[in-house]
Ligand binder design. Sequence first.
Ligand SMILES: [Zn+2]
Ligand SMILES: [Zn+2]
Length: 85
Amino acid sequence: MVDLVNRRCGYCDGSGRINVGESAASYQPCPVCTGFGKVRVPSSYGTCPICHGSGKKNIGEFAPRWVQCKNCHGTGWREPPTSCR
Ligand SMILES: [Zn+2]
Ligand SMILES: [Zn+2]
């Protein structure tokens, strides 16, 4: 039985929308939380160690270019490493 809790969506930082405009601001609903601003994850989940909870990774070399973190699927939350099994 997994206990799900609402957490702040890392990809949009809880705003429910993301800015996709390059020069002028242009907002779209966040694809991770579909505009809700929160994601439901198991209560045991912690901050994603790859994106440090931001839900995204910068793949741009010169200008910032953000993609969803594959490790946490953009939520910013990740199951803790299994130390024993
Ligand atoms: Zn979101
Ligand atoms: Zn991540």
